[in-house]
Design a binder for this molecule. Sequence first.
Ligand SMILES: NC(=O)c1ccc[n+]([C@@H]2O[C@H](COP(=O)([O-])OP(=O)(O)OC[C@H]3O[C@@H](n4cnc5c(N)ncnc54)[C@H](OP(=O)(O)O)[C@@H]3O)[C@@H](O)[C@H]2O)c1
Length: 257
Amino acid sequence: MDTTTFLGERYGLAGRIAIVTGASGNIGSACAVDLARAGATVVAHYHSNEPAARKVADQITAEGGTCLVVQEDLSNPVGPERLVDRVLLEYGRVDVCVAVAGVRTRKPAVATTAADVSDLMATNFHSAVTLAKACLRPMMRNRFGRIVVFGSTAGVNGLGGHSVYAGTKAALHAWVSSAAGEVAGRDITVNAVAPGAIRADDLDFHSASEVELVLKFIGAGRMGEPDEVASVVSFLCTPAASYVNGACVQVHGGARF
Ligand SMILES: NC(=O)c1ccc[n+]([C@@H]2O[C@H](COP(=O)([O-])OP(=O)(O)OC[C@H]3O[C@@H](n4cnc5c(N)ncnc54)[C@H](OP(=O)(O)O)[C@@H]3O)[C@@H](O)[C@H]2O)c1
């Protein structure tokens, strides 16, 4: 077998249908483009920022790929299932599901309200789990599936000022390692990717002094790029990653948070 055929079969996603939630966001947009470059037909989901999702679709199309843009509020209990139904109607299958959509709120634990907990659980945990569940049946029928949910180093080590957010991410890590063992026999993998501090054009969320402090704890001496997260996600979605299952892969540049 020549190198191109080998790489295509092991690391390519030609003919695969890949859902990316939060494709309008910083990391999700990079994931959508990277999966399309690997050959997948991408379903680029957004919630409120349609122009950003359209920009991603335009880039994918300009590079010769195929992309369908779909809107859905995934904090709505029926949103994830509606999204998968739409994809099944369009393509009749789903092979890859990357649940990037998520929200973060900064609040001291002592000030957290019941509504804060419900909102973060709905968008970060409930949406990813119900989306994955809706993908599992068609994946089980096809005897192939790759599910990647988005955790965070905050869910591994904790993050002061973000306790509920960290809790939702830790819950996802635990869910992944539990669900993986139930479906592994059908060439289905369920993994989490847990980014550390990833650069965004809009860094309003952190003050300059916070960024400076964070960088002191990152071995690489810089924040990560969205592309550096996307390439790990894409690898986990390939046939080559068939024995990586139930993992939480941290992408943090050697951080010691
Ligand atoms: N950035 C980091 O340093 C970092 C670190 C660790 C983990 N993470 C995780 O990585 C993921 C992406 O982070 P990011 O920085 O790229 O975030 P981002 O740019 O803020 O994007 C968030 C995405 O989530 C979508 N979203 C928000 N609420 C939604 C809802 N109710 N229903 C459906 N979609 C919704 C947004 O859609 P619209 O914009 O269309 O509304 C957007 O596409 C998140 O899960 C985050 O927790 C990020």
